[in-house]
Design a protein around this ligand. Structure first.
Ligand code: 1CP
Length: 378
């Protein structure tokens, strides 16, 4: 079954064939250790590798499980964490945006707290709220009580990834994990937080507990990524959504070493690594240096500035996610500017500057996807 969106792709057949074939005069392609062979020549993986592409690859953070009516229909009456442990449902929801938009990559349907739940942390994902932890972490004993993750804790992840890569064929699957700081915030605050005040109080006030917690989460995140890659994921993204709450010096002292540990272990698998956070203009260089191949840039930072800060790495981003609510021409004008800016990057993957907003009209994302493919062909 073809899930690559060919039916809904607006490009003429000849153009599509050209894209599938790679850049003109491309010659034999390198295939990399750790990369799913069928996906190794995809535009997404090539851009991650800073190899030339015929048109800019595009996918959207949180493209699965948000704006689509077919998602809401499949999820009706099923709790989020139950959905995240049911392989057939994971597979279907992950494929929905690939079919609908014709994006260049799928993102695995799960959540950053799923690995904690799988090792036995008492938490739930509450509709309209987000992750809620029954007993927030405060002490060394609380940290020690969290088991490490072994693959046998997540057999449904292995099964879902295997099913997905069989269905996706040449379209890459991106595995993901939450970075230690962002996951620690949920564990310490007990739920979503704006200021991350308790988290930073622990970081500044009890470094022994902080270090133990970050080490624990880094181990769990790395093991979770290893499971996804072993089952066939072609790339990984580490979401440090809330790292923008930190100064560069605090990021270096308390966070970067642990994210680096996760990215180093993922790097040993040979897959490209994307590292993303929100409001991280002042951290982009450091997030790259933590061990990323591609750094995600949120919409507040002009892409050109992001490119200058990440050095030899690729960039991903960065259309303001609210632009889908603007008139289509305005949205596409801005997308064009981002593609132009991206021509100066070592590799550019088009994305929103943060996740798809749940009330987004899917037709706008379809128009955006087609535009990125067509505009960047020239
Ligand atoms: O494309 C996708 O949606 C794939 C699946 C996915 C991903 C990549 C989900 C499903 N969550 C995530 C990552 C995630 N989860 C992040 C990092 C990305 C980001 O910054 O958006 C974060 C911070 C979370 C935590 C989380 N889970 C929140 C945010 C709460 C807060 O602090 O503001 C929420 C609301 C959830 C629940 C959740 N995760 C995913 C879905 C579909 C839902 C809604 C669940 C429901 O139906 O109740």
């Amino acid at each position: 079954r073809d899930v690559t969106g060919v039916q809904t792709c607006a490009l003429p057949i000849s153009r599509r064939a050209e894209r599938a074939a790679g850049p003109p005069g491309g010659g034999p392609y390198e295939t990399m250790r750790g990369v799913n062979i069928p996906t190794a020549d995809s535009a997404f993986i090539r851009a991650c590798r800073r190899q030339p592409v015929a048109s800019v690859p595009v996918w959207y953070m949180r493209q699965a499980g948000r704006a689509l009516p077919e998602y809401r229909a499949r999820r009706a009456g099923i709790a989020m964490l139950d959905a995240c442990s049911t392989p057939d449902l994971i597979t279907e929801i992950t494929l929905q945006p690939v079919r609908r938009y014709g994006v260049d990559a799928a993102i695995f349907f799960s959540d950053i707290v799923l690995p904690l739940k799988s090792v036995g942390v008492d938490l739930d994902i509450v509709p309209g709220v987000g992750p809620v932890v029954a007993k927030p972490v405060q002490t060394l004993e609380d940290v020690a009580a969290i088991p490490d993750l072994t693959p046998d804790a997540v057999p449904y992840i292995t099964e879902a990834v295997q099913q997905l890569v069989a269905e996706l064929g040449a379209t890459p699957l991106i595995g993901f994990a939450g970075a230690p700081f962002t996951v620690a915030s949920y564990l310490v605050e007990g739920g979503p937080s704006k200021e991350h005040a308790k988290t930073k109080a622990l970081m500044f006030g009890a470094p022994d507990v902080w270090n133990a917690l970050m080490e624990k989460i880094a181990g769990i995140a790395a093991a979770y990524l290893e499971v996804q890659v072993a089952a066939g994921a072609s790339a990984i993204q580490l979401f440090d959504s809330w790292a923008g709450a930190l100064t560069p010096a605090d990021y270096v002292a308390y966070v970067q070493p642990y994210s680096a540990r996760v990215l180093t272990r993922a790097g040993a698998l040979g897959v490209p690594r994307i590292h993303f956070g929100v409001g991280t203009s002042n951290l982009l260089t450091l997030m790259g240096e933590a061990g990323a191949d591609v750094v995600g840039v949120d919409w507040r930072t002009p892409l050109a500035d992001g490119i200058a800060r990440v050095g030899d790495r690729g960039v991903q981003g960065n259309l303001d996610p609210t632009l889908v609510f603007a008139p289509t021409e305005v949205m596409l004008d801005r997308a064009g500017e981002i593609i132009e800016a991206g021509r100066n990057a070592r590799g550019h993957i088009f994305n929103l500057g943060h996740g798809v907003i749940p009330t987004t009209n899917p037709d706008q994302l379809k128009r955006l996807t087609d535009f990125v493919h067509e505009y960047s062909l020239d």
